[in-house]
Design a protein around this ligand. Structure first.
Ligand SMILES: *Cc1c(COP(=O)(O)O)cnc(C)c1O
Length: 350
């Protein structure tokens, strides 16, 4: 892959064209084809992808957007930045994404959109969410920043709803060497609006029809991402194998293992276990050179910048128990085994 990345870099340098050119156009076509949609629009990052998709769908001041308390802060920030108010609905204790059964009680006359997050790489349960969206005339926009190549009922998660939003932050399953993001959609109007919004609200050169922003995927990132996209399926398979190895070796250990719902295939962005002894386990692993993280230790509405009132008992409990074990395509079987041995030792399971 390194050779191909070097070639892509050289191609962009030789072209002398760095913003909105052939590489971005080609990557947009290739990503749209990969997901199975007709339009893809490259933007500056994943947060902008969500904000611009919401704005293109007409969501703004005075509107409410229903989303999950368990996500990256960018999900909530994108809603706030488009002028709307995020309304947080508790999560499903198995998928850790928004619980469709709890959504309807939070719908008000101001609700305009559902913004599920396919957290850790597994699709939120999209059919019931799409049904609620239809009945209440809400738009459904997916935060797929952790779910490149994940599927739901046999189709890529990016094909559900009005639009889906991706991040190419370096640690994502499809990662750039800087920031990047994309909105995919089958709706030509939404795609055209996002193209305007990302480029100062420009419809034609020097004709600004809306108050837009500057949020463009650059040519260099696009060229590198085109190379990486060709490896995405293979790397997703490797992540799946890693997850299976973890699950087999951690069977019988008193932690809650991640469950893959039978409605789709996870992108295995993260491998998140749950235990009430989370902090102790993290320290035990750290002492053995095994780095873990917590996704996420604090609910979005509990972040000081938001401080939204309400109670999310499932998400609160999970946030105190989540621990993400290492998972990335380059992780070797021996490394997985070492992690599992350490976890088994911690719990005294031989
Ligand atoms: C990473 C991430 C984002 C934000 O993407 P950026 O490219 O960092 O702006 C949004 N939502 C989720 C779920 C993410 O994981």
């Amino acid at each position: 892959m390194r050779r191909e990345l070097d070639d892509a870099y050289a191609r962009v340098m030789d072209s002398g064209w760095y913003i909105l050119g052939r590489e971005v156009e080609a990557f947009e076509r290739e990503m749209a084809a990969f997901v199975g949609v007709t339009h893809a629009v490259g933007v500056g990052n994943g947060m902008d992808a969500i904000e611009l998709a919401l704005r293109a769908a007409g969501i703004g001041a005075g509107h409410e957007v229903i989303t999950t308390p368990n996500s990256a802060f960018a999900t909530a920030l994108a809603v706030v930045k488009c002028g709307a108010t995020p309304i947080f609905v508790d999560i499903d204790p198995e998928t850790y994404s928004i619980d469709p059964a709890l959504v309807e009680r939070s719908i008000t006359s101001r609700t305009r959109a559902l913004l599920p997050v396919h957290i850790y790489g597994q699709a939120a349960d999209l059919d019931p969410l799409a049904d609620i969206a239809r009945r209440h005339e809400l738009v459904l926009i997916g935060d797929a920043a952790q779910a490149h190549a994940a599927t739901y009922r046999g189709k890529d998660v990016g094909r559900y709803g009005l639009a889906s939003c991706y991040s190419f932050y370096p640690t994502k399953n499809l990662g750039a060497v800087g920031d990047g993001g994309m909105v995919v959609t089958d709706d030509p109007t939404i795609a055209a609006r996002i193209r305007e919004l990302r480029n100062y609200g420009q419809a034609n050169r020097y004709e600004h029809v809306v108050i837009g922003t500057n949020s463009r995927l650059d040519e260099l990132q696009a060229a590198l991402l085109r190379v990486k996209l060709r490896y995405l399926s293979q790397q997703t398979e490797r992540r799946r194998a890693i997850a299976e190895r973890y699950r087999a070796q951690l069977a019988g250990v008193p932690v809650v293992l991640p469950i893959e719902r039978n409605y789709g295939t996870s992108a295995w962005h993260l491998f998140v276990v749950r235990t009430s002894r989370r902090d102790e386990l993290a320290a035990f692993l750290a002492a053995r050179g095994i780095a873990t993280l917590v996704h996420y230790p604090r609910l979005l509405p509990h972040q000081p910048a938001l401080g939204s009132p309400g109670a999310w008992p499932v998400a609160e409990r999970c946030a105190s128990e989540f621990l993400s074990l290492p998972i990335f395509a380059e992780l070797a079987d021996e490394e997985i085994d070492a992690v599992c041995t350490a976890v088994r030792t911690f719990f005294g399971v031989s």
